[in-house]
Design a binder for this molecule. Structure first.
Ligand code: ADP
Ligand code: MG
Length: 265
């Protein structure tokens, strides 16, 4: 006995992994008929739906692998509130050529100016462009490397952090690093050097990284590699959140500096 036509078609679409077409075949064919599409146009229409569906699934998967801690987008970034950031430069970075080249990107500036926002937003764009991305904080990264080192599995962790085409390390310099951390960080940077991109955000100027790493020699070696092919964006100005509160009259302008120092210290 032969399979009924619909079942046979269903099985073939499954085998070809054309799930979007399979799931919505009746609706799509009705729509094609309504639009009076030719056979060729109908085929193109079905393929379009399948491609769009696969593309969306790829992006969803990439975003979940990237482990972004929160949702931030470039569309959600108010450039007019942050004159220190050049929208043209950010849009250019969003295209991802720097990632293809394996360049580094440093986003520097005081707390609240949008460094993490831009890091996540650029990371999302990188996923959309087809790059593998992993987001982590400096503290989480170093903790894992130190632990892996202690347990004799450093190589495995280094490989894990070296794999994504773009590794985003947020909040370098907010907390003091443990002894030995500078060396492990250096090993990671060396491992990734000219193979994958690093995006690092920090509240400390590059000139202070000796202090951040507690070792001027290793800090210089790290910076030497990071800055070789790099883009450095230094964001100045007030915290976005505090500015919004100030605008709403919730805090007085002269309390801003005090608050910023509390956050930083
Ligand atoms: P940083 O990492 O520099 O400390 P964040 O990126 O965490 O600062 O920004 C603090 C908050 O303010 C976040 O919720 C962020 O989305 C928001 N924010 C900062 N700058 C902007 C901006 N220019 N437009 C929209 N939201 C912003
Ligand atoms: Mg931040």
């Amino acid at each position: 006995m032969t399979m009924p036509e619909t079942e046979r078609l269903d099985a073939m679409l499954t085998r070809l992994k054309l799930t979007a077409i399979r799931e919505r075949l009746d609706t799509l064919l009705d729509e094609a008929a309504r639009r009076e599409l030719t056979l060729r146009e109908t085929l193109a229409y079905l393929c379009e739906q399948e491609v769009a569906h696969k593309e969306q699934r790829r992006i969803q998967m990439g975003l979940s692998i990237a482990r972004f801690p929160f949702l931030r987008t470039l569309e959600g970034f108010d450039f007019s509130a942050q004159p220190a950031v050049d929208p043209g430069q950010i849009r250019e970075l969003a295209c991802g050529r720097w990632i293809a080249n394996g360049d580094a990107l440093l986003l520097l500036g005081p707390p609240g100016v949008g460094k993490s926002h831009l890091a996540v937003a650029l990371g999302r764009e990188a996923v959309k462009a087809g790059y593998s991305v992993l987001f982590t904080t400096a503290t989480a990264l170093i903790t894992q490397l130190v632990q892996a080192h202690a347990n004799g599995v450093l190589e495995e962790r280094l490989r894990h952090f070296a794999k994504p085409k773009l590794l985003i390390i947020d909040e370098l310099g907010y907390l003091p690093l443990e002894p030995g951390a500078a060396n492990l960080f250096f090993q990671l940077v060396t491992r990734r050097y000219e193979r994958g991109s690093l995006l690092v955000t920090s509240n400390r100027a590059v000139s202070e990284w000796g202090e951040v790493f507690g070792d001027a020699v290793v800090a210089t070696a790290i910076l030497d590699r990071l800055l070789h092919h790099s883009h450095v964006i230094t964001i100045r100005g007030d915290s976005y959140r505090l500015r919004a509160k100030r605008k709403a009259g919730l805090i007085k302008p002269d309390s801003i500096h005090h608050q910023e120092q509390v956050v930083r210290g």
